[in-house]
Design a protein around this ligand. Structure first.
Ligand SMILES: [Ca+2]
Ligand SMILES: [Ca+2]
Ligand SMILES: [Ca+2]
Length: 189
């Protein structure tokens, strides 16, 4: 959320008249510096760029003070709604695996994991292959486990390189993604 966004307006009524009825508004609490409150109108605005991944909610106290120094207080809870502003990221920048050349098709090779600090669908990661190396490999979209699909043969090919993508929001608009490469060499038997 960008700065200077209206959050809410605090209102108070005073039965007095004259200067005793002139109300000044103020705000207290942890994280109060992230907000600005107009002392005269009670309008509360954001004073900084909000980041849900840093602070997801605030519990503040709004105070209304009249000209005579009498005041009342009210709790103000602010909860930040998530925006998908982080792509899933893999724990390593590239992955290496060694597979016995007689490994049977459907052998499970490596589990690749990406994490995403957002919330709900914004953090739900789906894995896919950008390049399956001619169908030698597949990946489970949910678990991120790389599966050997065809028997490897050292005599024809030394190593395989595939690219794996982790994407959030499972195909919804505004999805973010990142990619990593996965190198497979094989051991002879
Ligand atoms: Ca954020
Ligand atoms: Ca977010
Ligand atoms: Ca995300």
């Amino acid at each position: 959320m960008p700065p200077n966004q209206g959050v809410l307006t605090v209102g108070a009524a005073d039965a007095d008249t004259g200067t005793s009825a002139e109300i000044q508004y103020s705000l207290f609490g942890i994280g109060v510096e992230d907000f600005y409150m107009d002392a005269n109108t009670g309008d509360m605005k954001t004073a900084t760029v909000m980041d849900r991944e840093e602070t997801s909610s605030y519990k503040l106290i709004a105070q209304a003070t009249d000209g005579g120094g009498l005041f009342c207080r009210s709790e103000v809870s602010v909860t930040l709604l998530d925006v998908n502003d982080n792509p899933p990221t893999f724990f390593y920048s590239q992955y290496l695996a060694n597979v016995y050349e007689n490994a049977a098709p459907k052998a499970l090779l490596t589990r690749l994991q990406a994490s995403d600090p957002d919330e709900g669908p914004n953090r739900t990661v789906v894995y896919s292959l950008i390049d399956s190396a001619d169908g030698f490999f597949s990946i489970d979209p949910v678990s991120g486990v790389v599966v050997l699909e065809r028997a490897l043969d050292r005599e024809t090919r030394d190593s395989y390189r595939i690219r794996i993508q982790a994407s959030d929001r499972s195909g919804l608009q505004g999805a973010l993604s990142s990619q990593v490469s996965y190198m497979v060499g094989h051991r002879s038997v």
